[in-house]
Design a protein around this ligand. Structure first.
Ligand SMILES: Cc1cc2nc3c(=O)[nH]c(=O)nc-3n(C[C@H](O)[C@H](O)[C@H](O)COP(=O)(O)OP(=O)(O)OC[C@H]3O[C@@H](n4cnc5c(N)ncnc54)[C@H](O)[C@@H]3O)c2cc1C
Length: 269
Protein backbone atom coordinates (compact mmCIF):
# COMPACT_ATOMS: atom_id res chain seq x y z
CA UNK A 1 0.00 0.00 0.00
CA UNK A 2 1.29 3.41 -0.93
CA UNK A 3 -0.61 6.54 0.17
CA UNK A 4 0.29 10.01 -1.06
CA UNK A 5 -1.02 12.97 0.95
CA UNK A 6 -1.11 16.54 -0.39
CA UNK A 7 -0.52 18.97 2.48
CA UNK A 8 -0.61 22.75 2.47
CA UNK A 9 0.96 25.18 4.92
CA UNK A 10 -1.49 28.01 5.62
CA UNK A 11 -1.51 31.18 7.73
CA UNK A 12 -3.32 30.59 11.05
CA UNK A 13 -6.75 31.93 10.00
CA UNK A 14 -7.68 32.82 13.58
CA UNK A 15 -4.89 35.42 13.53
CA UNK A 16 -5.26 36.83 10.00
CA UNK A 17 -6.78 40.34 9.78
CA UNK A 18 -7.94 42.36 6.80
CA UNK A 19 -6.38 45.65 5.68
CA UNK A 20 -9.60 47.52 4.84
CA UNK A 21 -7.78 50.20 2.83
CA UNK A 22 -6.13 47.78 0.42
CA UNK A 23 -8.64 44.92 0.77
CA UNK A 24 -5.79 42.44 1.29
CA UNK A 25 -4.98 40.03 4.11
CA UNK A 26 -2.37 41.09 6.67
CA UNK A 27 -0.13 38.03 6.77
CA UNK A 28 2.93 39.60 8.44
CA UNK A 29 3.67 38.11 11.84
CA UNK A 30 0.94 35.51 11.40
CA UNK A 31 2.21 32.01 12.27
CA UNK A 32 2.00 29.35 9.56
CA UNK A 33 0.33 26.05 10.42
CA UNK A 34 -0.46 22.74 8.75
CA UNK A 35 -3.91 23.08 7.14
CA UNK A 36 -6.12 21.34 9.76
CA UNK A 37 -7.84 18.96 7.31
CA UNK A 38 -4.46 17.55 6.24
CA UNK A 39 -3.70 16.38 9.78
CA UNK A 40 -6.72 14.07 9.47
CA UNK A 41 -5.65 12.96 5.98
CA UNK A 42 -2.18 12.01 7.29
CA UNK A 43 -3.72 10.32 10.36
CA UNK A 44 -5.95 8.17 8.10
CA UNK A 45 -3.10 7.24 5.76
CA UNK A 46 -0.87 6.28 8.71
CA UNK A 47 -3.64 4.17 10.29
CA UNK A 48 -4.10 2.34 6.96
CA UNK A 49 -0.33 1.71 6.74
CA UNK A 50 -0.31 0.37 10.31
CA UNK A 51 -3.08 -2.08 9.34
CA UNK A 52 -1.96 -3.15 5.87
CA UNK A 53 1.75 -2.30 5.74
CA UNK A 54 3.30 -0.11 3.04
CA UNK A 55 4.26 3.55 3.21
CA UNK A 56 2.92 7.07 3.44
CA UNK A 57 4.45 9.90 1.41
CA UNK A 58 3.54 13.57 1.80
CA UNK A 59 4.02 16.41 -0.66
CA UNK A 60 3.63 20.16 -0.29
CA UNK A 61 4.01 22.92 -2.84
CA UNK A 62 5.17 26.13 -1.28
CA UNK A 63 8.13 28.24 -0.17
CA UNK A 64 11.03 26.71 1.85
CA UNK A 65 9.25 27.35 5.19
CA UNK A 66 6.60 24.79 4.14
CA UNK A 67 9.15 22.19 5.32
CA UNK A 68 7.76 22.88 8.83
CA UNK A 69 4.36 21.50 7.78
CA UNK A 70 6.08 18.49 6.20
CA UNK A 71 8.08 17.84 9.39
CA UNK A 72 4.83 17.84 11.35
CA UNK A 73 3.47 15.17 8.98
CA UNK A 74 6.64 13.10 9.45
CA UNK A 75 6.22 13.31 13.22
CA UNK A 76 2.63 12.08 12.76
CA UNK A 77 4.05 8.94 11.13
CA UNK A 78 4.54 9.73 7.43
CA UNK A 79 7.55 7.91 5.95
CA UNK A 80 8.76 10.38 3.33
CA UNK A 81 8.26 14.05 2.56
CA UNK A 82 8.73 16.06 -0.63
CA UNK A 83 8.73 19.85 -0.99
CA UNK A 84 7.82 21.12 -4.45
CA UNK A 85 9.28 24.59 -4.62
CA UNK A 86 10.19 26.74 -7.58
CA UNK A 87 9.94 30.40 -8.61
CA UNK A 88 8.03 29.21 -11.69
CA UNK A 89 5.02 28.52 -9.42
CA UNK A 90 4.76 32.05 -7.93
CA UNK A 91 1.26 33.49 -8.26
CA UNK A 92 -0.32 30.17 -9.25
CA UNK A 93 -4.11 29.89 -8.93
CA UNK A 94 -5.84 26.58 -8.22
CA UNK A 95 -5.61 25.45 -11.85
CA UNK A 96 -1.85 26.02 -12.00
CA UNK A 97 -1.37 24.66 -8.44
CA UNK A 98 -3.17 21.41 -9.25
CA UNK A 99 -1.09 21.08 -12.43
CA UNK A 100 2.20 21.53 -10.52
CA UNK A 101 1.14 19.10 -7.78
CA UNK A 102 0.06 16.57 -10.42
CA UNK A 103 3.51 16.73 -12.03
CA UNK A 104 5.14 16.53 -8.57
CA UNK A 105 3.04 13.45 -7.78
CA UNK A 106 4.03 11.84 -11.09
CA UNK A 107 7.68 12.33 -10.13
CA UNK A 108 7.04 10.74 -6.72
CA UNK A 109 5.41 7.74 -8.42
CA UNK A 110 8.54 7.43 -10.57
CA UNK A 111 10.78 7.55 -7.48
CA UNK A 112 8.68 5.72 -4.87
CA UNK A 113 6.41 3.43 -6.91
CA UNK A 114 2.68 3.41 -7.75
CA UNK A 115 0.18 5.08 -5.41
CA UNK A 116 -3.03 3.31 -4.31
CA UNK A 117 -4.60 6.09 -2.24
CA UNK A 118 -4.31 9.83 -2.81
CA UNK A 119 -5.47 12.08 0.04
CA UNK A 120 -5.98 15.83 0.37
CA UNK A 121 -7.88 18.00 2.83
CA UNK A 122 -11.42 18.94 1.81
CA UNK A 123 -10.25 22.55 1.53
CA UNK A 124 -7.49 24.92 2.61
CA UNK A 125 -8.53 27.38 5.34
CA UNK A 126 -6.94 30.33 3.50
CA UNK A 127 -7.91 29.81 -0.17
CA UNK A 128 -11.01 27.79 0.75
CA UNK A 129 -11.81 26.83 -2.84
CA UNK A 130 -11.70 23.01 -2.38
CA UNK A 131 -10.58 22.84 -6.02
CA UNK A 132 -7.01 21.57 -5.73
CA UNK A 133 -7.76 17.92 -4.85
CA UNK A 134 -10.40 17.53 -7.58
CA UNK A 135 -8.00 19.28 -9.99
CA UNK A 136 -5.27 16.69 -9.34
CA UNK A 137 -7.68 13.71 -9.47
CA UNK A 138 -9.06 14.90 -12.81
CA UNK A 139 -5.58 15.09 -14.30
CA UNK A 140 -4.86 11.51 -13.14
CA UNK A 141 -8.28 10.44 -14.48
CA UNK A 142 -9.01 8.43 -11.32
CA UNK A 143 -12.15 8.21 -9.13
CA UNK A 144 -12.64 11.11 -6.71
CA UNK A 145 -14.44 10.86 -3.35
CA UNK A 146 -14.85 14.30 -1.75
CA UNK A 147 -15.87 15.02 1.87
CA UNK A 148 -14.72 11.60 3.10
CA UNK A 149 -16.04 10.79 6.59
CA UNK A 150 -15.40 7.03 6.76
CA UNK A 151 -13.16 4.56 4.99
CA UNK A 152 -15.42 1.49 5.34
CA UNK A 153 -13.35 -1.11 3.53
CA UNK A 154 -10.08 -1.41 1.65
CA UNK A 155 -9.03 -4.33 -0.49
CA UNK A 156 -5.62 -3.97 -2.07
CA UNK A 157 -5.69 -7.42 -3.74
CA UNK A 158 -8.98 -6.77 -5.51
CA UNK A 159 -8.10 -3.06 -5.77
CA UNK A 160 -11.20 -1.33 -4.42
CA UNK A 161 -12.30 0.91 -1.56
CA UNK A 162 -15.70 1.39 0.05
CA UNK A 163 -15.99 4.90 1.41
CA UNK A 164 -18.67 7.14 2.94
CA UNK A 165 -18.86 10.83 2.09
CA UNK A 166 -20.96 13.76 3.24
CA UNK A 167 -23.44 15.18 0.77
CA UNK A 168 -25.72 18.19 0.90
CA UNK A 169 -28.58 15.93 1.94
CA UNK A 170 -26.86 13.38 4.20
CA UNK A 171 -24.32 10.68 3.41
CA UNK A 172 -23.57 8.27 0.59
CA UNK A 173 -21.40 5.16 0.47
CA UNK A 174 -19.48 4.40 -2.69
CA UNK A 175 -17.39 1.51 -3.96
CA UNK A 176 -14.52 2.81 -6.07
CA UNK A 177 -11.67 1.07 -7.90
CA UNK A 178 -8.11 1.88 -6.79
CA UNK A 179 -6.14 4.02 -7.25
CA UNK A 180 -8.59 6.66 -6.04
CA UNK A 181 -8.46 10.21 -4.66
CA UNK A 182 -10.08 11.24 -1.37
CA UNK A 183 -10.55 14.72 0.09
CA UNK A 184 -11.19 14.44 3.81
CA UNK A 185 -13.40 15.99 6.49
CA UNK A 186 -12.13 16.56 10.04
CA UNK A 187 -14.73 14.11 11.40
CA UNK A 188 -12.96 11.26 9.54
CA UNK A 189 -10.88 10.41 12.62
CA UNK A 190 -9.53 11.62 15.97
CA UNK A 191 -5.89 12.67 15.90
CA UNK A 192 -3.64 10.44 17.98
CA UNK A 193 -0.37 11.18 19.77
CA UNK A 194 2.66 9.99 17.84
CA UNK A 195 4.90 7.51 19.69
CA UNK A 196 8.44 8.66 20.56
CA UNK A 197 10.23 6.51 17.89
CA UNK A 198 8.22 8.25 15.16
CA UNK A 199 9.24 11.65 16.53
CA UNK A 200 12.91 10.60 16.54
CA UNK A 201 12.65 9.18 13.02
CA UNK A 202 10.92 12.38 11.84
CA UNK A 203 13.77 14.50 13.19
CA UNK A 204 16.25 12.35 11.24
CA UNK A 205 14.32 12.22 7.96
CA UNK A 206 15.53 14.52 5.20
CA UNK A 207 12.93 16.43 3.24
CA UNK A 208 13.43 15.82 -0.47
CA UNK A 209 13.29 18.81 -2.80
CA UNK A 210 11.49 18.85 -6.13
CA UNK A 211 11.72 21.74 -8.59
CA UNK A 212 11.69 22.42 -12.32
CA UNK A 213 15.18 20.88 -12.35
CA UNK A 214 13.92 17.38 -11.57
CA UNK A 215 10.18 17.56 -12.41
CA UNK A 216 8.90 17.77 -15.98
CA UNK A 217 6.91 21.01 -16.12
CA UNK A 218 5.14 22.75 -18.94
CA UNK A 219 5.90 26.40 -18.13
CA UNK A 220 2.82 27.41 -20.11
CA UNK A 221 0.70 25.97 -17.29
CA UNK A 222 2.58 27.45 -14.28
CA UNK A 223 2.66 30.69 -12.33
CA UNK A 224 0.70 33.94 -12.34
CA UNK A 225 0.88 34.53 -16.11
CA UNK A 226 -0.76 31.18 -16.77
CA UNK A 227 -3.38 31.40 -13.99
CA UNK A 228 -6.76 32.36 -15.45
CA UNK A 229 -8.24 33.38 -12.04
CA UNK A 230 -8.09 37.14 -11.43
CA UNK A 231 -8.85 38.56 -7.97
CA UNK A 232 -10.61 41.87 -8.73
CA UNK A 233 -11.57 42.88 -5.21
CA UNK A 234 -11.39 41.46 -1.66
CA UNK A 235 -13.79 42.78 0.97
CA UNK A 236 -15.70 41.81 4.10
CA UNK A 237 -19.41 41.43 3.31
CA UNK A 238 -21.71 43.79 5.20
CA UNK A 239 -23.26 42.31 8.33
CA UNK A 240 -26.79 41.12 7.64
CA UNK A 241 -29.47 42.78 9.74
CA UNK A 242 -31.23 40.64 12.33
CA UNK A 243 -34.63 39.41 11.17
CA UNK A 244 -37.86 40.62 12.75
CA UNK A 245 -39.66 38.19 15.07
CA UNK A 246 -43.43 38.22 14.77
CA UNK A 247 -45.54 37.33 17.79
CA UNK A 248 -49.26 36.83 18.35
CA UNK A 249 -51.98 34.31 17.59
CA UNK A 250 -51.95 32.30 14.37
CA UNK A 251 -54.55 34.60 12.80
CA UNK A 252 -52.53 37.69 13.80
CA UNK A 253 -49.37 36.12 12.40
CA UNK A 254 -51.06 35.38 9.07
CA UNK A 255 -52.34 38.97 8.93
CA UNK A 256 -48.94 40.44 9.73
CA UNK A 257 -47.13 38.14 7.26
CA UNK A 258 -49.49 38.97 4.38
CA UNK A 259 -49.15 42.68 5.21
CA UNK A 260 -45.35 42.35 4.88
CA UNK A 261 -45.46 40.19 1.75
CA UNK A 262 -48.26 41.98 -0.11
CA UNK A 263 -46.13 44.81 -1.57
CA UNK A 264 -43.72 42.21 -3.03
CA UNK A 265 -46.55 40.06 -4.40
CA UNK A 266 -48.26 43.08 -5.99
CA UNK A 267 -44.98 44.03 -7.67
CA UNK A 268 -44.77 40.58 -9.28
CA UNK A 269 -48.41 40.56 -10.50
C1 LIG B 1 -4.58 34.85 -8.90
C2 LIG B 1 -4.06 34.06 -7.75
C3 LIG B 1 -2.73 34.17 -7.39
C4 LIG B 1 -2.23 33.44 -6.32
N1 LIG B 1 -0.93 33.56 -5.97
C5 LIG B 1 -0.41 32.82 -4.96
C6 LIG B 1 0.96 32.90 -4.59
O1 LIG B 1 1.73 33.65 -5.19
N2 LIG B 1 1.40 32.14 -3.54
C7 LIG B 1 0.56 31.30 -2.87
O2 LIG B 1 0.97 30.62 -1.93
N3 LIG B 1 -0.73 31.20 -3.19
C8 LIG B 1 -1.25 31.94 -4.21
N4 LIG B 1 -2.55 31.85 -4.56
C9 LIG B 1 -3.36 30.92 -3.81
C10 LIG B 1 -3.16 29.53 -4.37
O3 LIG B 1 -3.46 29.47 -5.71
C11 LIG B 1 -4.08 28.60 -3.64
O4 LIG B 1 -3.81 28.71 -2.28
C12 LIG B 1 -3.85 27.18 -4.09
O5 LIG B 1 -4.17 27.07 -5.44
C13 LIG B 1 -4.69 26.22 -3.31
O6 LIG B 1 -6.03 26.59 -3.40
P1 LIG B 1 -6.83 26.68 -2.05
O7 LIG B 1 -6.03 27.44 -1.07
O8 LIG B 1 -8.21 27.16 -2.37
O9 LIG B 1 -6.84 25.17 -1.59
P2 LIG B 1 -7.99 24.10 -1.69
O10 LIG B 1 -8.25 23.77 -3.09
O11 LIG B 1 -9.14 24.54 -0.83
O12 LIG B 1 -7.18 22.93 -0.98
C14 LIG B 1 -7.71 21.61 -0.93
C15 LIG B 1 -6.61 20.67 -0.56
O13 LIG B 1 -5.67 20.59 -1.61
C16 LIG B 1 -4.35 20.40 -1.08
N5 LIG B 1 -3.50 21.55 -1.40
C17 LIG B 1 -3.88 22.81 -1.72
N6 LIG B 1 -2.79 23.57 -1.97
C18 LIG B 1 -1.72 22.78 -1.79
C19 LIG B 1 -0.32 22.97 -1.87
N7 LIG B 1 0.21 24.15 -2.18
N8 LIG B 1 0.52 21.92 -1.62
C20 LIG B 1 0.00 20.70 -1.29
N9 LIG B 1 -1.31 20.47 -1.18
C21 LIG B 1 -2.15 21.48 -1.43
C22 LIG B 1 -4.54 20.29 0.42
O14 LIG B 1 -4.71 18.96 0.77
C23 LIG B 1 -5.82 21.08 0.67
O15 LIG B 1 -6.50 20.74 1.84
C24 LIG B 1 -3.08 32.59 -5.60
C25 LIG B 1 -4.43 32.48 -5.97
C26 LIG B 1 -4.92 33.22 -7.01
C27 LIG B 1 -6.37 33.09 -7.35
Amino acid sequence: MHALVFVKQVPDASQVRVNYETGTLIREGVPAILNPFEAHAVEEAVRIREKFGGKVTVISMGPPQATEALKECLSMGADKAYLLSDRAFAGSDTLATSYALYEGARKIIELEGPVDLFFAGKQAIDGDTAQTGPGIATRFEIPLVTYLIKMDELNFEKKYAVATRLTEFGQETLKVPLPAFFTVEESLNELSHAPLPWLIRAAQTKIERLSSENVTLDREQCGLRHSPTKVKKAFTPEKRQRGETLTGSVVELIDKTSEILMPFLKKDL
